[in-house]
Design a protein around this ligand. Structure first.
Ligand code: ADP
Ligand code: AMP
Length: 213
């Protein structure tokens, strides 16, 4: 199964992605996670990306497109993959289509999760990420058992640099201008599955699984 998760920042893409990849046994490809890993390692890509990410802007298309091209041609992607946070511009969507066509492959579904702006801001500001394993929590909606400590690996929970109110608002603005046009792009291809992201994490997951059957 080849899937894309689309939606504004804080909609719950990463949260659903973790459950979807477990169920369908496919790799989770999050361009945001890959870029953050590069920042942590101090690579050239990480240094370039950080300048954009800290401001809530998109990293240039050529950088993310080459990350994804490399990744989806990997052996572990033979039975499918879940792209989370990519594509984020129509240009990236077209580049993905060209790459898949070359590989004689197609996307199966584009899951579009949407939530109203106020909820997005509250979700993003309260998000906490495990420093070690990357698991995602929310201080109010999905808290860890022990405050500040990951349930899975006991790692420290941290707030992302770009999860401040100001940066989240900028990211939502960028989403509306640059990413939202992808909904029409995939609608025309008959691939869109619209999901109401205001429901509970479990309810959304069940809805997605049902629609993918
Ligand atoms: P995205 O990957 O779209 O930016 P995340 O999956 O990281 O979003 O979710 C953003 C925050 O909202 C996280 O703290 C997560 O725990 C929380 N969250 C995700 N889905 C829901 C939901 N359905 N209801 C309440 N909180 C949620
Ligand atoms: P995310 O983890 O998906 O919320 O992404 C965090 C940040 O990484 C974004 O605000 C962008 O700066 C950058 N980023 C992630 N994916 C992409 C992409 N496909 N295109 C451009 N920038 C991206």
């Amino acid at each position: 199964m080849r899937l894309v998760l689309l939606g504004p920042p804080g909609a719950g893409k990463g949260t659903q992605a973790s459950a979807i990849v477990k169920k369908y046994n496919i790799p989770h490809i999050s361009t945001g996670d890959i870029l953050r890993a590069n920042i942590k390692k101090g690579t050239e890509l990480g240094k370039k990306a950080k300048e954009y990410m800290d401001k809530g802007l998109l990293v240039p298309d050529d950088l993310v497109v080459s990350i994804v091209k490399d990744r989806i041609t990997g052996d572990d992607c033979k039975n499918g993959f879940l792209l989370d946070g990519f594509p984020r511009t129509v240009n990236q969507g077209e580049a993905l289509d060209r790459e898949l066509t070359q590989m004689s492959l197609k996307l199966d579904r584009v899951i579009n999760i949407d939530v109203e702006k106020e909820v997005l801001i509250e979700r993003a500001i309260g998000r906490r990420i495990c420093k070690n394993c990357g698991a995602t929590y929310h201080i109010k909606f999905n808290p860890s058992k022990e405050e500040g400590v990951c349930d899975i690996c006991k790692g420290e929970l941290l707030q992302r640099n770009d999860d401040t109110k100001e940066t989240v608002e900028k990211r939502i603005e960028v989403y509306i201008k640059q990413t939202k046009p992808l909904i029409d792009y995939y609608m025309e291809k008959g691939l869109i599955l619209n999901v109401d992201g205001s429901k509970s994490i479990d309810a959304i997951f069940k809805e997605i699984v049902k629609a993918l059957q």
